[in-house]
Ligand binder design. Structure first.
Ligand code: PEP
Length: 247
C-alpha cells in the first residue's frame, strides 16, 4: 500500500455515472503535462475514479495518476449479482476506493455500519478507503454539524484504519453539485475539528469536497487543514481539472 502521509496534497476526481470511451480518450489526451511534473515529485497524489465499466480501460492508459473505485461491495466474493468487490478493484490496479459517498448514503440507503464494512474490505484488499462524511443543510442550520460528523466518523471508520491507510473526505451534502460552498473559515474549522477534537483521528488526511471549481480551488487548497480535494462535476471538464491541478 501507499504511505498516505507522504502526500502533501491529494486530488481525487469522482466522475460518478458519467463518461464514455470517447470521453475518456479525449480527457486523457488533454490532461495537462504539467500535472505530471507535479506528480513526479511524488508528493502530489491525483486519483481518477471512473465508473467501474471504464476502470480497466483507464488503468491501462493512466500515467502518473492513481486509479480509484467509486464504491465496492459489502461482500468479498460470491453470489452478489451486480456487485464489484474490493479485490476486483485491486486486481485491475485500483489503489483507492470512495466509500460512503452521500449519494450512496441517501439514494442507496447506505448506513455507517455498511460504510465501515466496505472500508474494512478495502483495507483487507490493499485499497485505501476514502471515507465520505458530511452534514445536511438542516443539520448545519441546527448547529449540529460537529455532532453529526463525529458520529459518522466514529461509526464509518473501522479498527484497522489509521492515518496512513485511510483518507477522510468532508463533503457537506448541501454543497455537493449545488454551486454552494462553506466559507474558507468554516472549512478550516471543520477540518481542524476532525483532526484535533475527535479522538483517534489526529493527523488523518482530510479532503474537502462540494462544488469545487477552478475559481475556488486554490483558496481551499491553501488552507493548512485541507489535504486535498474530492471533485465531482468540475473533474469532468478537463480544462477545469487542468486548472485545478495547476495550484
Ligand atoms: C462529489 O460528488 O463528491 C462532489 C464533490 O461533487 P461536486 O464537486 O460536483 O459538488
Amino acid at each position: 500500500m501507499l504511505e498516505i502521509q507522504k502526500f502533501t496534497k491529494i486530488i481525487a476526481a469522482n466522475w460518478k455515472m458519467n463518461g464514455s470511451i470517447n470521453f475518456i480518450n479525449n480527457f486523457l489526451n488533454d490532461l495537462d503535462d504539467l500535472t505530471f511534473e507535479n506528480i513526479n515529485d511524488q508528493s502530489i497524489c491525483i486519483i481518477i475514479c471512473p465508473p467501474f465499466t471504464y476502470s480497466y480501460l483507464i488503468a491501462n492508459k493512466l500515467k502518473n495518476c492513481y486509479l480509484g473505485g467509486q464504491n465496492c461491495s459489502l461482500f468479498l466474493e460470491g453470489a452478489y449479482t451486480g456487485d464489484v468487490s474490493a479485490s476486483m478493484l485491486y486486481d485491475i490496479g485500483c489503489q483507492f476506493c470512495i466509500v460512503g459517498h452521500s449519494e450512496r448514503r441517501t439514494i442507496f440507503n447506505e448506513t455507517n455500519n455498511e460504510v465501515s464494512i466496505k472500508a474494512t474490505n478495502s483495507l483487507k484488499k490493499n485499497i485505501h478507503p476514502i471515507i465520505c462524511v458530511g452534514e445536511t443543510l438542516q443539520q448545519k442550520n441546527d448547529n449540529r454539524t460537529k455532532e453529526v460528523l463525529s458520529k459518522q466518523i466514529r461509526e464509518s471508520m473501522n479498527d484497522d484504519s489509521n492515518n496512513d491507510n485511510t483518507i477522510i473526505a468532508y463533503e457537506p451534502i448541501w454543497a455537493i453539485g449545488s454551486g454552494l460552498t462553506p466559507s474558507l473559515d468554516e472549512i478550516e474549522d471543520i477540518h481542524n475539528f476532525i483532526k484535533n477534537e475527535i479522538q483517534g483521528y489526529e493527523n488523518y488526511k482530510i479532503l474537502y469536497g462540494g462544488s469545487v471549481k477552478s475559481a475556488n480551488s486554490k483558496g481551499i487548497l491553501n488552507l493548512d487543514s485541507v489535504d486535498g480535494l474530492l471533485i465531482g462535476g468540475a473533474s469532468l471538464n478537463v480544462d477545469e481539472f487542468n486548472k485545478i491541478l495547476s495550484f
